[in-house]
Design a protein around this ligand. Sequence first.
Ligand code: ZN
Length: 90
Amino acid sequence: MGSLERKLKRKQDKKSRRAEKKVATKIAQFQKLPDKCLTCDASFDKKSKEFAMNWRVVVNGENVRLYCKECWSSACNILEDYMEEKNVSL
Ligand SMILES: [Zn+2]
């Protein structure tokens, strides 16, 4: 193997290692995913696609918060009301 080849290979290794780290972070976040809604304690089915599509995950650094469909939409309404009250728009 020529030195250039070796260099290229090293570069690729670095790249794939970074990608692995990203995946690892994702998995860690997923494992930290709560199994119920933060607000109403409704249980979340991690295996259900429908749940995954309708529920909202909010990641804030180390904290992973989970909101069910109802709580998320009511949270949005509260936020809208608040914005209206303060006379600001998104
Ligand atoms: Zn809820």
